[in-house]
Design a protein around this ligand. Structure first.
Ligand SMILES: Cc1cc2nc3c(=O)[nH]c(=O)nc-3n(C[C@H](O)[C@H](O)[C@H](O)COP(=O)(O)OP(=O)(O)OC[C@H]3O[C@@H](n4cnc5c(N)ncnc54)[C@H](O)[C@@H]3O)c2cc1C
Ligand SMILES: NC(=O)c1ccc[n+]([C@@H]2O[C@H](COP(=O)([O-])OP(=O)(O)OC[C@H]3O[C@@H](n4cnc5c(N)ncnc54)[C@H](O)[C@@H]3O)[C@@H](O)[C@H]2O)c1
Length: 479
């Protein structure tokens, strides 16, 4: 067993999309930087989350769109080519290898230590390498924890022994389960039910709440529920799981007992009920924090409870927004602020300033890749009202949009714009319908730039595009 010690300006623990971006930015600020990774560079997103799930969904949504185009429908009537879809997913995740990411890290001159990193007191990180060696890393300026999350599993009798699937197994599955039970009504649940139903599974969704996609405009969950049911998903709302058992050997069936005593049998059961921080075993106790907790940070991503401001937590692990693009946004800002502090430069903490992630609270965009797609940014009507804002909620059906009618026969969808009447700006938008994902950036720019609604009249959408929904929303607002 070998022990070595090295000193860098910055130590980053976790090379997911967020850790990689923190390292990129601290290196760009002239700071020597090392990153520690226990599995694959690229993290959950690249291998078991965003990338594989979207590779599975792309053919599903493209086929659904094509089936809405007269003249094309017949050409796409058949089933998906499952081996080709799975092979494409495998290509997208680089067959679970990370050589390309290593080459990129080399190209930006960031050092890599493979192994499990743990804090060991202020500014110290100890890495246990796969060979059992120990590498001690000291940070002159900052340690950034970017260890992300894993799937959360509820405490349900029999669950652990039943070997449930989580986001990892569902995104990397090598074959289509004949009967799949999906527990949960959030983003992972609706996306994976959409994908695997289209790939051939009989899907039953067990949703504890009264609707899908809680926290968004209610019509989003309703339209997605309609789409899933039309696709043949057995969607059961208000349904709790009481216990789970797997009969027989490893290939045995899963028996699910519901809250009302009913039972159902499946080949696999996916639990998609949220995330837990990967902080159980990262030495938090050595710096006065509690293992297993989310890491609470100040507006510049410093862990608030730790003295001297050397510990940062960025991305999923700080529980602010659990999405790759927003985590990378945080990473760019955290990297810049670590650089500014180390180089003795001023820190700009003003609203929309260089060193504060203002969009985390004002304008988080998200696309849910279901049929129909759901694209949201900013506040929902309910959130705006809860904040005490005086708002006007403007709704429009896409059927009045010529571009939508061209895009898909019988285009079904809805748009909502939330206008802050005191500021005269759009503070939230939701689009639901086929292909609406690409509308979202326009709404994000409108919210972030605080464009007066009066000026939006001069942003003319081309005819005939789906973007003309903006014009319909403005016309409805004007009355
Ligand atoms: C099924 C699914 C689909 C998703 N789809 C999308 C999507 O379409 N769009 C989107 O924006 N978001 C999506 N997300 C969310 C997205 O995956 C996360 O927000 C993102 O991965 C967070 O990045 P991160 O770098 O903070 O953490 P992670 O990606 O979890 O990376 C953390 C890294 O740290 C490493 N690590 C952990 N502990 C240690 C340690 N002690 N020592 C060394 N290394 C360690 C891990 O191995 C990992 O590589 C999805 C999530 C799921 C589950
Ligand atoms: N397209 C995307 O942007 C995308 C895709 C997938 C995941 N993600 C991110 O990943 C994160 C995790 O997604 P997720 O779907 O696991 O979590 P989620 O928080 O979106 O949804 C979890 C759902 O499970 C339900 N639930 C919680 N505990 C339960 C229990 N014991 N029994 C039954 N239901 C229970 C909740 O009510 C909720 O509806 C999200 O924050 C999401 O933003 C993003």
């Amino acid at each position: 067993m070998n022990d070595t010690s090295r000193t860098y300006d910055v130590v980053v623990i976790g090379a997911g999309p967020v850790g990689e971006n923190v390292a990129d930015r601290t290196r760009a600020a002239g700071l020597s930087t090392v990153i520690v990774e226990s599995e694959l560079l690229g993290g959950e997103c690249s291998y078991w989350a965003c990338e594989p799930s979207k590779a599975l969904l792309r053919p599903v949504l493209a086929r659904a769109d094509a089936r809405r185009v007269p003249g094309l429908r017949k050409a796409v009537e058949g089933p998906l080519d499952v081996p080709a879809v799975l092979a494409h997913r495998d290509d997208i995740v680089f067959h679970w290898h990370d050589e390309d990411q290593v080459a990129w890290l080399d190209s930006i001159d960031v050092a890599l230590v493979r192994g499990h990193g743990r804090l060991d007191g202020p500014r110290q990180v100890v890495v246990t390498t796969p060979d059992g060696d120990t590498v001690r890393l000291s940070a002159r300026h900052a340690v950034a924890v970017c260890t992300g999350t894993g799937a959360a599993l509820p405490d349900i009798p029999g669950l652990a022994e039943a070997r449930p699937w989580t986001s990892r197994e569902i995104t990397s599955a090598k074959a289509v389960p004949g009967r799949l039970v999906v527990v949960g009504g959030g983003v992972v649940a609706v996306e994976m039910a959409t994908a695997w139903r289209a790939l051939g599974s009989e899907v039953t969704m067990l949703v504890r709440g009264s609707g899908l996609l809680p926290g968004r405009e209610p019509f989003a969950g309703e339209l997605v529920a309609e789409g899933l049911r039309e696709a043949g998903v057995d969607l059961r709302l208000g349904t709790a799981v009481a216990s789970v058992a797997r009969d027989g050997g490893p290939d045995g069936e899963v028996r699910v007992t519901l809250g009302d005593g009913d039972q159902l049998v499946a080949d696999e059961i996916l639990f998609a009920v949220g995330r837990a921080p990967r902080t159980e075993d990262i030495g938090l106790e050595t710096v006065g924090l509690t293992p297993g907790d989310w890491l609470k940070v100040d507006p510049t991503f410093r862990v608030s409870a730790v003295e001297d401001g050397w510990l940062y937590a960025v991305g999923d692990v700080n529980h602010i927004v659990l999405m790759t693009h927003q985590g990378k946004y945080q990473a760019r800002i955290a990297g810049a602020v670590i650089g500014a502090r180390a180089n003795g430069e001023p820190v700009d903490e003003s609203r929309w300033g260089r060193h504060v992630a203002t969009a985390d609270s004002e304008a988080v965009p998200q696309v849910v890749f279901t049929d129909p797609e759901v694209a949201t940014v900013g506040l929902t009507a309910q959130e705006a009202e809860r904040e005490g804002r005086r708002v006007r909620v403007v709704d429009n059906d896409f059927r009045s949009v010529a571009g939508a009618v061209q895009y898909a026969e019988g285009f079904r969808g809805q748009a909502r714009m939330v206008v802050d009447l005191d500021r005269g700006t759009v503070v939230g938008a939701t689009f639901v319908g086929p292909g609406v994902a690409e509308l979202l950036y326009s709404a994000t720019v409108a919210v972030v730039s605080e464009v007066p609604v009066e000026r939006l009249w001069h942003a003319v959408p081309a005819f005939p595009t789906v973007s003309e929904v903006w014009l319909r929303l403005l016309e409805t607002y004007r009355g």
